[in-house]
Design a binder for this molecule. Sequence first.
Ligand SMILES: [Zn+2]
Length: 357
Amino acid sequence: MSTNSSTGMTVYTLGTGGGPIVSSSRAGTSTAICVEGATYVIDCGMGSIRNYREHSNWGQLRGIFLTHHHSDHIYDLGSYLVTGWQVPGESFSSPIQVFGPGRPERIPALDHVHAAEIDARLGNRAMTSTTEIVDALLDRVFASDIAIRMADEARGEPHDWVLAHDISIPAGAGAHPVTNRHPEMEPFEVYRDELVRITAILVDHRLCFPAFAYRVDSAYGSVVISGDTAYSENCISLARGADLLLHEVIDLPSILATFPEGPTRDGIEVHLRESHTPFETVGKVAENAGVKTLVLHHIVPNTPGTADLAAMEKAARRDFSGPVHIASDNDSFHIGGAKTPGTGYFATIAESMEARA
Ligand SMILES: [Zn+2]
């Protein structure tokens, strides 16, 4: 295990596979962004916590930002929260912040007819918010472990170390889980400290609403994580001029080849096309956003040898004029050169916001 440097900004791909399956070659989607020794994690896919500890320790973790509540993006959340609280000698050094979607006002649906069908079929089943998920982990799922360790080992109250927040979507965006899941909108601020400013925007992940992309700006540069999304003008707007865009990607022909022909496969194809970004179009996102470098992650299918990575890279290079990387777990990307003396963080943010306009 090594810890990340106390200087500069480095992005580590902790997990590069997408989808709720176990892969021997890729952990589930997760990215660490390290700025001057502080670490911010976007999503907590399955197995990513092992790779987190390759690059950072618990004392460096400041925040976890969830793009959406699909299981493959939150499987390891409880591991992060409880392990960081309970490792003697290297626990959280200050309370960590967890940001993610709030509970939508109703279960999302394609339209009002679909909404009525869903209500009839799902009955009393409801969705949850990020704060409810964190509370459930600390007060239900790991309640016995936490109570025993507090009683037996004199541990402190975990809620004092984990502060969860539901992200409020600006009302002016007019977002709605049935009628307007992906409104055109401006990026909005979610978090800020002395090292980074983190902004978000709604992306288009079909019925998974709300789903966010995040942008992290620091004095060294900027990185955007698309979250799960179909081709999204909002994602392009958020990524405008960024140093690094980590975008999700799927190899649709390879996924469909695993299903027999028929209506089920046709339905899955529609779902995948409307929820995700096929590799044929991901280069256009990066080109239209004018980012410096494109990194493809959230690779689906993600079992070894199933996705055609060469075709993926070729298609992205056809449409994007900058460098393209197909990420593997534990890749690292250093952003920017030296911090410019005298300009500092806010000047850089202002420049990047101007570049985005
Ligand atoms: Zn998803």
